[in-house]
Write a protein that binds this ligand. Structure first.
Ligand SMILES: Nc1ncnc2c1ncn2[C@@H]1O[C@H](COP(=O)(O)OP(=O)(O)O)[C@@H](O)[C@H]1O
Ligand SMILES: O=C(O)[C@@H](O)C(=O)COP(=O)(O)O
Length: 426
């Protein structure tokens, strides 16, 4: 198997978002969880997205995991490696977007790296280096209240520079509108002046198509699904792959029971939980009691779900509004509370799978990572899209047999997302 495109995703929902975009744009794609064991049989594919859980870990840990994944992807034939980050540039002044991008670039021989989180399909656009989420600058959007990485600056040149060793430049929309050659010349000129990375503006898909063409001429790029779209379309245009991927056969029914686990506290997920409550039982975990008396709360949640699940899907949610999240964090610390809740939701997910759940929806990036790790699922095939950025996934090499999953990024999906997802998972 020689792949055309390799990607390293900094979280698991982001990985399935990217794999979905690549599949929709014609690349036969597999999402692996970490570097797969050599014994895992993968089908004939054009692209691999290696899911890592490195968005909110110490930078040195993220760099080590990502460079190891890059080495593996190059061994599989990848000429270009995309580092998949969040379309909201989810990061802190300590990293990990800058440190990982610089390390991947150094491993590939250096040169300026193109960076853009733009993903117009979900309302993420970049203009003059400033990220907009829907109609709002990043720092005024709900991401200002993110439980792990609150975003307080929309100027990505500034944000990325704070977490990087090298200088950061800007390829503005005017350069991109002038075409691939002009934009590539700008990237090269910035690199000559010492910039290790350049934030690229992008508002429309055509901008991402231009950026994809440029990125393919370099060994490494960093971006969200929008850049994935640009790269995939550039690969298909170049004739290097046939562009005939389809995910329909991936959703062959698996049967079994179904459940939803939510740990995202994003505005979209909070609304989705409220709406689901009209049509299915919802258990709202009490995070304060969960932190104070973990095992009892977890056992109670499993028992609550166990009593109801044979009659239909249930939702178990830790999610809470920003005020509640801040209260808990000031008492227990940001990382400790996030980690304890992720552990709890992952145990609940694994216990429900033990009790026969084979169709599972998980809301939240970190939450999904913890759940998939506990379930020890090695890889996924990519099925049809439920909502922009969220495909149905079918497990590959899973010891519990085939399962269908949806790993939903906190901010993605319409208000009826949970029912819509389960309607596609039989
Ligand atoms: N009630 C709560 N209070 C504090 N933190 C919470 C609560 N519920 C969930 N969390 C934590 O918030 C984080 C949400 O991150 P994540 O799962 O990545 O969601 P998103 O996709 O919205 O970013 C996780 O670490 C989760 O454990
Ligand atoms: O790019 C995106 O917006 C998503 O793919 C993503 O990474 C979102 O992160 P989470 O909300 O933490 O899942």
């Amino acid at each position: 198997m020689a792949i055309s495109l390799g990607s390293i995703a900094d979280d698991y929902t982001g990985a399935s978002d990217l794999a979905n975009t690549l599949t929709k744009n014609g690349l036969r794609t597999v999402q692996t969880v970490g570097i797969p064991d050599p014994s895992l049989a993968l089908p004939d594919i054009d692209a691999v997205v290696v899911s890592l859980k490195i968005r909110s870990v110490p930078a040195s840990e993220a760099v080590n995991a990502a460079t190891e994944a890059e080495r593996w992807l190059r061994q599989q034939g990848a000429g270009h490696v995309l580092y998949k980050i969040c379309s909201t540039f989810d990061s802190t002044d300590a990293g990990n977007i800058g440190p990982v991008t610089e390390a991947l670039s150094e491993a590939a021989g250096g040169g300026g790296v193109l960076v853009t989180p733009a993903f117009p399909e979900t309302g993420r656009t970049v203009y003059l280096g400033h990220l907009f989420v829907g109609g709002q600058p990043l720092n005024e959007s709900p991401l200002k209240d993110h439980p792990l990485n609150p975003m307080h600056d929309a100027n990505l040149v500034r944000v990325l520079a704070r977490q990087s060793r090298g200088a950061v430049g800007l390829i503005d929309l005017a350069a991109i509108a002038a075409g691939a050659a002009a934009a590539k010349a700008k990237l090269d000129a910035l690199a000559r002046t010492g910039a290790t990375m350049a934030i690229a503006d992008a508002i429309f898909e055509r901008d991402l198509e231009t950026l994809g063409e440029i990125a393919l001429e370099t060994p490494v790029s960093t971006g969200a699904s929008g850049l994935g779209l640009g790269l995939a379309r550039a690969l298909v245009r170049s004739g290097r792959i046939s562009g005939s991927a389809t995910g329909e056969d991936v959703i062959r029914p698996v049967g079994g029971l179904s459940a939803i686990i939510a740990g995202s506290c994003s505005k979209a997920t909070l609304r989705q939980i409220d709406v689901a409550e009209r049509v299915m039982p919802v258990l709202r975990l009490d995070p304060e009691r969960l932190l104070a008396a973990g095992p009892d709360q977890i056992a109670a949640a499993i028992s609550w779900a166990g009593d109801r699940i044979s009659a239909g899907p249930v939702v178990v949610a830790a999610s809470a509004a920003p005020e509640t999240v801040s209260r808990l964090q000031s008492q227990y610390g940001r990382e400790a509370s996030g980690h304890a809740i992720e552990t709890a939701t992952s145990i609940i997910a694994a216990e429900l799978v033990e009790r026969g759940v084979r169709r599972l929806v998980v809301a939240g990036g970190e939450t999904s990572g913890a759940a998939v790790d506990r379930l020890a699922i090695p890889a996924f095939l990519i099925g049809p899209e439920i909502a922009p950025g969220v495909p149905v996934l079918r497990t590959v090499g899973n010891t519990q047999g085939d399962m269908l999953l949806a790993l939903k990024s906190g901010n993605f999906g319409g208000e009826d997302f949970f029912a819509a997802a389960l309607a596609m998972m039989r």
